[in-house]
Write a protein that binds this ligand. Sequence first.
Ligand SMILES: C[S@@+](CC[C@H](N)C(=O)[O-])C[C@H]1O[C@@H](n2cnc3c(N)ncnc32)[C@H](O)[C@@H]1O
Length: 306
Amino acid sequence: MDLLPNKIDKVSVPPLKIQGIKTKLVPFIMNSISWDGQGTYFEPFMGSGVVGFNIAPRKAIFSDTNPYIIQFYNDLQSGKINEKIAREFLEKESVKLSATPPDKTSYYYEVRDRFNKEHSSLDFLFLQRSNFNGMMRFNSQGNYNVPFGRKPERFKKALITKIVNQIAWVRKLMIGKDWKFIQMSFPKAFEMMSEGDFVYLDPPYIGRYDGYYDNWGEKNADLLAQITQCSKAGYALSMWSENMYRKNDYLDQWSKGIKVTTEHFYYLGAKEKNRGAMTEALIVNRKNFNNNKEIKKRRIQEISLF
Ligand SMILES: C[S@@+](CC[C@H](N)C(=O)[O-])C[C@H]1O[C@@H](n2cnc3c(N)ncnc32)[C@H](O)[C@@H]1O
């Protein structure tokens, strides 16, 4: 069974943003995978969760080392946060935000200090939706350090409704499904996988500072390549393949899979030099690769077998 082949152009966006979010790649990813959905879907680098939420499997384990993402979705699942609570909170806080200037004295920084002490999911949502560029960055002490997006009138009625609708979408998806949100590093997730399961992997990119909650380096990247290819679960790995300057040698370690690529325009921050076209790859294990010819023609520009 292909992953939702008829819903491929309708990608919904979750309430939390993060650098490296795969919204634009969701159709490419879903079209490249074939999985019967009988086992458990794992997403050990969930970030915003946009890929898994759009796939909407029956049974899933979403995880990340970032405790605040996990807490946020546990709060949505338990009902500690619902549409009404989120709307009331954002409406109340937006009044305070718009009463302060867009500089260092902004109310944004008061919420940021409060979040770094109390770690409330509502404050996290507020920061994520009013910060600079939807980044989710932390310093080496684990403190959230993204600056204000400089728009005191940020939370207009339409934006609050949009965020509330995104919360409603995820909460509705959870109904009747066996979904778990767990804070853990990826090797722990692999310990929970078995035959018939499927794992979508979107680790941080090596050699680039992204400011995620945890450091990522070659040691982790090599371990991931090793354990994925020994695992009984099917897999798909997202990774950059090449840009105008160089090729990603890391992909050589994934030689047991099938590689498909697509062009992706990315940007990291405001600087022009950080913007550009990147060839994004998806490596899928042979058994779970979607060979559908129509889909290949429409979505996959290049296909290469190692
Ligand atoms: C590229 S982002 C994932 C983006 C996500 N696919 C999306 O579309 O929003 C990588 C994620 O890996 C998480 N991470 C970093 N190190 C990790 C580790 N050792 N184990 C699990 N997650 C980790 C980061 O917190 C971040 O959320």
